[in-house]
Design a protein around this ligand. Structure first.
Ligand code: PLP
Length: 479
């Protein structure tokens, strides 16, 4: 029996720690030798794992050996530069190491007193992040795990902002509330409405134009119609960088409507928010200063390991009003002078996440981050150009950021059903190679392939190879 009742010894911690740091470094060094998508069937990994826990202690050698033999073969390699599906998210060296320190402290930032550095670093690093993105000073930043949870809190604040006494009385005795978003808004907005008691009927999906942007006239119409039916317009969610095509809703026009009608404006910029650090991308953020809340995920495109989402909110006191509940055992002498993060949401416990963003920003510098994001956009635009120039492919949406929507379209095929079948087969063939991972969406009934450049290890050569592979496989498809 080793170290009865005690944790791992210092010597063992160092030797295993070195092994695992080496393991991680080796993994990242050789990431391109793995198939991006694992070749496993459902249940295959589970079947290799013992169904009962070990009664007696095991040594670390055997744990690491199973990591290699059982776990690694079932990993989808998000760190792989040929992971170009969804919104590729990658973790950088400094981000990974920050996670180690965070776990080493194992601080819980429920309140200021339970780790002053956790609270004060988070406050500071979010002021940095706000400055990097160029958002106005009156936005306060808060860290949540995911954009889904950030948006949930923003929409809860929008609901509290109506001053209907929902905090006390619940939803049962009030008129129907409405949230508006485009047909292309992320499903997390629907989930927030499920959670907050608005229900799916509490959402009005506003149609989009040919560029997949919310039509503001339709928004206005919907609001007036609701008002005349006694429904209370509660919140508009505009998206900068929608999930399917990365289209940008006209935030400035939407914000005028929201101000006039006194409706909370939440902006979902989970993926594209980071591009606000580039002067040439500011055009996509016009009107953002009039939003009530904005979400941006450093874990998506800023090389911070998952999870790390930032909610910027102007009326943070409303959010606090919605959620603050202080039990006796959590009252402290400093309450009037400090921020207690438990007041701003559902959860009490809070991981020391700010270290990740702090390490990443300091290690790369703002200039280094700008260069990387700018390079991703450049590479993606190159790919879009190859698609546009090719006789057998077509682009299906504008490419404002680093996501390209396209399909294979041989000249002589006009039938939409056949085109859909061919493209579905094409993406399956591509993903089966293990050399590239792409995802898809449907746009106006058209099966659409998406390619995203946002990973820290992605270079021009990867996108070149990707195009070659896609082009090559498309030529082998029979129809
Ligand atoms: C990715 C994404 C989300 C969801 O992000 P999570 O952090 O996984 O909850 C929401 N909205 C948009 C626009 C996104 O791109």
């Amino acid at each position: 029996m080793k170290n009865k009742n005690l944790d791992m010894s210092k010597d063992e911690f160092i030797s295993v720690g070195k092994k695992l740091i080496n393991w991680s470094a080796h993994y990242l060094e050789n990431i391109e030798s793995f198939p991006v998508l694992p070749n496993v069937k459902p249940g295959e990994i589970k079947n290799k794992l013992p169904q009962s826990p070990p009664e007696s202690a095991e040594d670390f050698e055997s744990i690491i050996s199973d990591l290699d033999k059982i776990i690694l073969p079932g990993i989808t390699h998000w760190q792989h530069p040929n992971f170009m599906a969804y919104f590729a998210s990658t973790a950088s060296g400094p981000g990974i190491l920050a996670d180690l320190i965070s776990s080493t402290f194992n601080s819980n930032g429920m309140i200021w007193k339970t780790s002053p550095s956790l609270t004060e670093l988070e406050q500071t690093v979010l002021i940095w992040y706000r400055k990097i993105l160029g958002f106005p000073e009156n936005f306060k930043g808060l860290v949540y795990d995911t954009a889904s949870v950030s948006s949930l809190h923003a929409i809860a604040a929008a609901r509290e902002n109506l001053n209907l006494g929902i905090r006390e009385k619940g939803m049962s005795s009030i008129p129907k509330l409405r949230l508006y978003c485009s047909e292309h808004a992320h499903s997390s907005i629907d989930k927030a409405c499920l959670t907050l008691g608005l229900g799916l009927d509490g959402i009005k999906k506003i149609p989009v134009n040919e560029n997949f942007e919310m039509i503001t006239e339709e928004l206005e119409k919907a609001i007036q119609e609701d008002k005349s039916n006694g429904i209370i317009p509660m919140c508009v969610v505009a998206t900068i960088g929608t999930t399917s095509t990365t289209s940008v809703d006209p935030v400035d026009k939407i914000s005028e409507i929201c101000q006039r009608e006194n409706i909370w404006l939440h902006v979902d910029a989970a993926y594209a928010g980071v591009t606000s650090m580039l002067p040439e991308m500011k055009k996509y953020f016009s009107g953002i200063e009039n939003a009530d809340s904005i979400v941006s995920n450093p874990h998506k495109w800023l090389f911070v390991p998952i999870d790390f989402s930032v909610l910027f909110i102007r009326k943070h006191e409303v959010l606090k009003k919605a959620f603050s509940l202080v039990p006796e055992y959590l009252k402290t002498n400093e309450d009037s002078e400090v921020e207690n993060y438990m007041d701003y949401g559902i959860q009490l416990g809070r991981r020391f996440r700010a270290l990740k963003l702090w390490f990443v920003i300091r290690y790369f510098g703002v200039e280094g981050l700008r260069e990387r994001i700018r390079e991703h956009i450049k590479i993606a635009h190159q790919f879009a150009e190859w698609i546009d120039k090719s006789e057998s492919f077509e682009r299906l949406a504008p490419t404002p950021f680093s996501t390209v929507c396209f399909r294979y379209k041989p000249k002589h095929i006009k039938d939409e059903n056949i085109l859909n079948q061919i493209n579905e087969e094409l993406i399956n063939e591509i993903n089966n190679t293990g050399k590239l991972f792409l995802s898809h969406t449907k746009l106006n009934g058209k099966f659409t392939i998406r390619l995203v450049v946002s990973g820290i290890r992605q270079e021009e050569r990867h996108v070149k190879e990707a195009f070659k592979l896609i082009d090559g496989i498309s030529k082998q498809i029979n129809y």
